[in-house]
Design a protein. Sequence first.
Length: 284
Amino acid sequence: MLISFSAIFFALSDVSPITGAFFRAAYALPVLFVLWWTRRNQDRRPASRRWIAVGAGLALGADVISWHSSIEFIGAGLATLLANTSVVFVALGAWILLGERPRKTTMAAIPVILLGVTLVSGLGQGNAFGSNPLAGTLLALLAAVFYATFLLAFRHSNDEKAPAAGPLMEATLGAAVASLLLGLASSGIDFAFSWPAHGWLIALAVGAQVIAWLMIAYALPRLPAVETATIILIQPALTMLWGAIIFGERPSTLQIVGAVIVLAGVAFVAFIRARRVPDTLPAG
């Protein structure tokens, strides 16, 4: 539920995608560092694992920037829903890179999800919601690819030898570095402090990046993987609800049908995959 407000807080901040991505990480880092420092003696990971987490964070930074950009084009609800197709890219990436061949049922679900994505994109729909729904859809899918890359790398940086705040702090550092470099290269980052914009970014950093992710990191090894994968799908559904209530987002009928198809397909793939590898995390 906390993570379902990620897109909402970013939209309320009314800052550029790169600015939002950078300060989300920057405001979270001091909190994560303090949490890690209090339990640093329990962190026995080798340096290689720590650098993998930082590298995973670089992909996370690119994911957040792409996702924030998609929100501007297609709204918080649909952008978050599409970003959660990352579970499909995780399955494909694990097959290509790790040899974890997906089940036939998972492969059969992909064309169905793509049908839903096509409907959400607004192709051929004159009444589609969003200033540029096609661009928003493509950026959200790009975010899903980056997020899947993050998950695959982050999985190998984390182990039982570290408190949850450790790998998350390192990944957040990587996200901050990626956002900073892309922001400086594109002149798309604004360092000026303004209120209430940065109040929303602080809420995003502390609420989602710190509290919610630490809660999930604690819950993952203590819940059945299938149950976790199912619960986490509450996030995109709630974000669509908040988007409708707060911003008056009203997707077209076909976009809603597409959203239902995507959500059902993602739930199916997450359910099947979680029975084998419990690596599902919400894209937000």
